[in-house]
Design a protein around this ligand. Sequence first.
Ligand code: UGA
Length: 471
Amino acid sequence: MNEQITIAVVGSGYVGLVAAVCFAEIGHRVICVDNDESKIAQLRDGKIPIHEEYLPELLDRHRNTSVEFSTDLHSATQRAQVIFVAVGTPQSQTGSADLSYVDAVASQIARSITEYKVIVEKSTVPVYTNEWITRVIERNGVPRELFDVASNPEFLREGTAVVDFLHADRVVIGVDSERAGNLLRAVYEPLNSGRYYQSVNAVPGERSATEPSPLLQTSTKAAELIKHASNAFLAMKISFINVVSNICEAVGADVEQVSKGIGSDGRIGPKFLKAGIGYGGSCFPKDVAAFRYVAEQIGVDFGLLREVEKINTEQRKRFFRKVRSALWTFRGKKLGVLGLAFKGGTDDIRESPAIDLIADLLNEGCFISAYDPFAIERTKKVLPPSGALSYAKDAYEAASDADALLILTDWQEFSEIDLDRLHYTLRYPVVIDGRNLFDPATMAVKGFTYLSIGRPGTAHQRDSALLQKLP
Ligand code: UGA
């Protein structure tokens, strides 16, 4: 099989843009549609609004040949055989996913259908969304035999999105008709047959011609549930290890050792067992809440997810208390902050623990100098520079003359910092690390007071343990 399919991707956010470019990379013709004219104009000029590895190269490779950008959904629908809907599903006030963008796009697509199309949900949506989309399209007068609705959830992570897409652990296609199944299998054939990995220009990753990305075909409802349940499970793993890290702190054990010991069990696995300051980002907080809401709506008590959320919130507060325990008082203290993004490898600051923490520290009267390799511009929009908050050009400038240095994002760059230089740059050699980037023994040898997550601290740890108990 070597079929070129014409695909429309609606939405040019993280998922839409990466999917559009990657579909072109595996040999299809793609029209990426968004109603944001300025964004489309930028993309046409090859300007990418997000920081994502390999995306600039792939866009250069395919722009104006196999991938084009448009604001015309009508024409894209008419030309495409398969239409992927990758618009936002933000969290509403109740915690449920707000599906109004999906609803609006479904109606618009319906008005342009004159021959058979497969409409595919790629946004993260609750179970039953495919039925709603079907109903919306039918209400717009489209005969049932002219369309199918499928679900093809995306499991890409920000920062490694392109590699995650092209070297997927699994591709899930949820279909309720063989016709739709055939078309979606043809879309992913280059990845599932391994053909893509034979190309000399293929983006490198774990998959290969002999071990290609497997395809899992399910019902639409199962596919919708797989997405929510996967994110909820991963968030649960993080909250679990975070509580274990708190126990480690109380008894003087090292959570990194415990995590390795747990993760070595093949049934548990080592990934997503890194203790820290809690998960953030545009997905886990929103998806855990949405999945909990779905369960509630159908009368299933998923209290476990409430606990996952509660632990996550508490983990951030606990870190704040840890900072206070090291500083004693906040007012007038000068702090260096490394990391603004919700995790390393991205410039995304949505639900970033770092942003909340900086806001809280500013409220307490601290002076902050913050640095992040890519997220400063975005942060300035929510936390503008002021007398109390400045942005530094590198880690050393952020640390300069500070009473303590806080590490809030796991950028590789931070773990490569010159510790001797850091030591004489800081006013006091105090490092409070929310991401466990350094070995406590090394930090002790280098003369730092070093507090991290779930591990014995150095120097003033005993004092700080005492202080944590103070009101
Ligand atoms: C997450 C999922 O990992 C993807 O599979 C999914 O496709 C995506 O959501 C989505 O639904 O679109 P992402 O939000 O990009 O991807 O980021 P993750 O790498 O999953 O990290 C989420 C948060 O958990 C970050 O704040 C990270 O620092 C934190 N984390 C992650 C930990 O605290 N510990 C860990 O061991 C792993």
